[in-house]
Design a protein around this ligand. Structure first.
Ligand code: PLP
Length: 359
């Protein structure tokens, strides 16, 4: 069995320790004689799994009791609709569009209310985050929506937008990658399959005063956060196995020292790759320096044929899933929490060799 270095944007690599533990528990979870996959969500064993997962997440981010933590379904994309349905009271919201994911959320929200596009960075193919201090935020918006880390374009926010409205942040591709002051946000949510677990679960951290029965007419019961909060994420059968793996990932992050340690590791990995890109004559980063993501690193050679050759050669060397998204082209290395430093070192060494051989 040979594991590869998997640079996929999502579903993405998970910590090997977590996968091994899950494998050991596959046939008999802690003496229950069954797998977590086969277990009632109302069982004692699963109740402990979901409660511990929630507590570990609260510990990691330092989430206060003013916030609900919910394990939901339907991917981050379903929340694109659930957010306006649950939060719109005046029918108005502000959106900042910095890439594909915030654009999708913006388009979805337009079906439900009057949306102000506060900024759109499409003018430079989403390669930067706008100057947040100079934007004009609405006075009467129910919320401001941002995608904290744009997975496809490789940008990330480093400052909280100075709006009076509640901020909703999609953190799908930077979940638990560094500390975040949750108390500055109304909603922080993300799909699991990039950084915290398998596809099938979305974690939503929502300030409790934003959760009420006053939702938009026609909001499905399942999309109403009040339903989910009151039922401890078990109004219906939750994605049990995915939640169980997320719980293990939370424990793994705790075991390496929590989010400060995670951030240090992620900064170190990103620096290895960006430093190389900045000195390479062949490979270039596509993103403005100040806005570069620690998680998703798009890069190009400027020559489509050479990009293709590079991706094929890297794949053969066990460095897989480096093809960039079709809207950016070139390559993208997603270096999430679970990517070991050696993976990034091997990638950079391979790029150096490739560049030398093609001079
Ligand atoms: C992948 C991704 C999504 C969509 O997630 P799904 O779970 O597939 O709906 C949304 N936002 C961001 C930032 C993503 O990276």
């Amino acid at each position: 069995m040979a594991r590869v270095y998997n640079f996929a944007a999502g579903p993405a690599n998970l910590p090997e320790e977590v996968l091994k533990e899950a494998a050991e528990e596959m046939l008999d979870y802690k003496g229950t004689g069954m797998s977590v996959m086969e277990m009632s969500h109302r069982s004692k064993a699963f109740d402990a799994i979901i409660k511990e997962a929630e507590q570990d997440l609260r510990d990691l981010y330092g989430i206060s009791d003013d916030y609900a933590v919910m394990f939901l379904q339907g991917g981050a994309s379903t929340q694109f609709a659930a957010i306006p349905m649950n939060l719109m009271k005046s029918g108005k919201a502000d959106y900042i569009v910095t890439g594909n994911w915030s654009n999708k959320a913006y388009k979805e929200a337009q079906m439900y209310g009057d949306i102000t596009l506060v900024a759109n960075t499409k003018d430079k193919n989403y390669t930067y985050i706008p100057d947040l201090d100079s934007l004009e935020y609405s006075d009467d918006a129910d919320y401001l929506y941002v995608c904290w880390n744009e997975t496809i374009h490789g940008t990330t926010y480093r400052q909280i937008p100075p709006t009076k409205a509640n901020i909703v942040a999609d953190v799908s591709s930077c979940f638990l990658s560094e500390p975040m002051d949750i108390s500055k946000f109304g909603v922080v949510y993300g799909g699991a399959q990039k950084n915290i677990g398998p596809a099938g679960v979305v974690v939503a951290i929502v300030r409790k005063d934003l959760i009420s029965d006053e939702v938009m007419a026609g909001t499905p019961t399942m999309l109403k956060w009040k339903t989910q909060m009151e039922n401890d994420s078990m109004y219906n059968t939750p994605p049990c196995y995915a939640i169980y793996i997320c719980g293990k990932v939370f424990k793994w992050i705790k075991s390496i020292g929590g989010l400060e340690a995670m951030k240090e590791r992620n900064e170190k990995k990103a620096a290895i790759l960006y430093d190389f890109l900045d000195k390479s004559e062949m490979f270039k980063s596509t993103v403005e320096k100040k806005d570069r993501s620690l998680m998703n690193v798009p890069f190009v050679t400027g020559d489509d044929a050479l990009d293709k050759e590079f991706i094929a050669a890297a794949t053969a060397a066990g460095l897989v899933e480096l093809k960039g998204h079709r809207s950016v082209g070139g390559m993208r290395a997603s270096i999430y929490n679970a990517m070991p430093i050696e993976g990034v070192e091997k990638l950079v060494a391979f790029m150096e060799e490739f560049e030398k051989a093609h001079k």
